[in-house]
Design a protein around this ligand. Structure first.
Ligand code: HEC
Length: 115
C-alpha cells in the first residue's frame, strides 16, 4: 500500500477541511434576505455556535413549524444563555430560511416565491 507523496500530503493537510466545507455548509448567504431576517441571522449565528458549529442546525432536517420547539430544546441546555425573546427571533429566522429552501427546491425556475 504505497501512495504517492503528494497524495499523502493532500490527505493529511487541507484536503480534509475542504471536503468538510463542501459537504456541510457552515454559513449561508443571507444578502438576499430582508434586513430584519439578516439581523435574526446574526443573532442565530451568535447564539447557536457556542456548543457546536452552525452546520448542525443548517443541515438538520426539521419539519415545517418545528423550529420553535427545537430552539427551546437547545435553550434548555445548561448555560445556553438564549433569552425567550431571542429564541422567538431565532425560530422565526429558521422557519423563514427553511421555507425559502423548500420554495427553491420545488420551483427552481421561479425562485423567490410569491411576488
Ligand atoms: C448550551 C449548548 C448549546 C447551544 C447554545 C445550542 N446547542 Fe444545539 N446542540 C447542543 C448539543 C449538546 C447537541 C447534541 C445533543 C442534542 O441533540 O441535544 C446539539 C445538537 C443540535 C442539533 C443537531 C440535532 C441532530 O439531530 O443532529 C441542532 C439542529 C441544534 N443543536 C440546533 C441548535 C440551535 C438552532 C441553536 C441556537 C438556538 C443551538 N443548537 C444552540 C448544544 C447546544
Amino acid at each position: 500500500m504505497s501512495r504517492t507523496p503528494w497524495l499523502a500530503a493532500l490527505l493529511g493537510a487541507g484536503f480534509v477541511a475542504l471536503t468538510a466545507c463542501g459537504a456541510a455548509p457552515n454559513s449561508i448567504d443571507v444578502s438576499g434576505y430582508p434586513p430584519d431576517m439578516q439581523a435574526r441571522y446574526d443573532l442565530f449565528e451568535r447564539r447557536c455556535t457556542r456548543c457546536h458549529e452552525l452546520e448542525r442546525p443548517l443541515n438538520a432536517r426539521v419539519g415545517e413549524g418545528g423550529w420553535g420547539k427545537y430552539v427551546q430544546r437547545m435553550a434548555r441546555h445548561p448555560a445556553a444563555g438564549i433569552s425567550a425573546q431571542e429564541q422567538r427571533e431565532i425560530a422565526i429566522f429558521l422557519e423563514y430560511h427553511a421555507e425559502r429552501r423548500r420554495a427553491q427546491a420545488e420551483a427552481p425556475a421561479s425562485a423567490g416565491g410569491a411576488p
